[in-house]
Ligand binder design. Structure first.
Ligand SMILES: Cc1cc2nc3c(=O)[nH]c(=O)nc-3n(C[C@H](O)[C@H](O)[C@H](O)COP(=O)(O)O)c2cc1C
Length: 216
């Protein structure tokens, strides 16, 4: 059993990466082989609308035909049993790199049928981890939850199953005293990091175990 984590944050040791690592640790504790990839290590573009993946009887039907640094990663993700995506919220949605990755992963598998279908015939389990500055209440107030619900719906339809884990009010800067950000209360941020983030890590670990168990 193979579990893959995909980090859509440019930071390899911060909130999103940490939660992905915990989820993969959970998957490993159930016997899965795990690997974490950082999208910002790869040079690639989003879908270029070539439609090679949609050509009837074409050699790339159902597969992304674009050849760049994402190609080997897409192959690995397409062969994985457990796929855990993670992204910070940037201006209300996932990062540009995660968005481009999702286009390349999901568009070849989706069918223009009515209702829309999926070419994926294997059983996989997926999850999406989001991290953000805002609190849960603010996320809803600002409408970020709409993107999250839409992603979950898309991934469920195309990959079969998906769960979502959100980590709110994350710690953003090494040293809050050095940045101009009067909106944030550094003490409150430190408290959330010390008291709430570890609970989110536990949730991520449990989610990793669950995703693997569901496939056993
Ligand atoms: C360019 C940029 C845009 C951001 N936009 C938002 C936003 O719209 N809402 C929010 O809650 N946090 C926003 N954030 C904060 C990040 O989502 C938050 O710090 C996240 O936990 C960072 O993840 P990381 O630590 O894994 O890099 C933004 C951060 C950056 C750098």
């Amino acid at each position: 059993m193979k579990a893959i984590g995909v980090n859509g944050s440019p930071r390899k040791k911060w909130n999103t990466a940490t939660l992905l690592e915990k989820a993969l640790e959970g998957a490993a504790s159930e016997g899965a082989k795990t690997e974490l990839f950082h999208l910002y290590d790869f040079n690639y573009k989003g879908c270029i609308s070539c439609f090679a993946c949609k050509i009837k009887n074409g050699k790339s039907y159902g597969k992304c035909a674009v050849k760049d640094e994402l190609t080997p990663l897409l192959k690995k993700v397409n062969q994985a049993d457990v796929i855990i995506l993670g992204s910070p919220i940037y201006f209300g949605s996932v990062t540009g790199e995660m968005r481009s990755f999702m286009e390349r992963l999901l568009f070849p598998l989706t069918t223009y049928t009515d209702p829309p279908g999926s070419l994926l015939s294997r059983k996989v389990r997926t999850a999406f981890i989001y991290t953000m500055n805002v609190t849960k209440e603010m996320m809803k107030e600002f409408g970020f939850d709409k993107h999250i619900v839409l992603n979950e719906m898309l991934i469920k339809r195309i990959l079969g199953a998906s769960e979502t884990l959100c980590s709110y009010d994350t710690y953003q800067f090494d040293d809050y005293s050095k940045v101009y950000a009067p909106r944030f209360d550094p003490e409150k941020k430190a408290k959330v990091r010390a008291e709430v983030f570890p609970l989110d890590c536990e949730k991520a670990f449990k989610m990793g175990t669950r995703l693997v168990r569901e496939l056993k």
